[in-house]
Design a protein around this ligand. Structure first.
Ligand code: DGP
Length: 113
């Protein structure tokens, strides 16, 4: 998947709609279109990297931005229990090849968007 055809790049550039839930200078977060847990948010770097390993090895600032945004949203929307996970590679279940963390929780706090 090239950057041009990448759906998450288009969401990051706000060219196609998504339910945005948070943003900082280098990362953006939005609700997963097909949630698998009561809380299911995706956190992505604004710059395109195919997976979390490429992100980590090439762009520490964007990595920190993703982890900070995910952690802030976890504190806002989850009780103390949550997962923040990165499927990497098709065999591990990755279907969108723009690095993204799944912030999920079975015990969300209050009303969700
Ligand atoms: P993964 O399987 O780890 O690559 O996760 C991709 C996730 O992205 C999956 O849970 C569904 C979600 N997703 C795919 N396309 C869109 C989209 O256009 N909008 C939103 N909000 N989520 C999407």
């Amino acid at each position: 998947m090239t950057e041009d055809g990448c759906i998450f790049c288009k969401i990051a550039r706000k060219e196609i709609p998504a339910k945005l839930v948070g943003e900082n200078a280098l990362a953006i977060a939005f609700w997963d279109v097909s949630p698998r847990q009561p809380l299911h948010i995706l956190v992505i770097p604004k710059v395109h990297y195919a997976n979390v390993a490429e992100l980590t090895l090439n762009d520490e600032a964007s990595l920190v931005a993703v982890m900070k945004l995910g952690s802030e949203l976890a504190l806002e929307f989850a009780e103390e229990s949550f997962r923040f996970s990165f499927n990497t590679g098709a065999a591990a279940g990755q279907t969108v090849f723009h690095a993204h963390g799944h912030l999920t929780s079975r015990t969300p706090r209050g009303e969700l968007a």
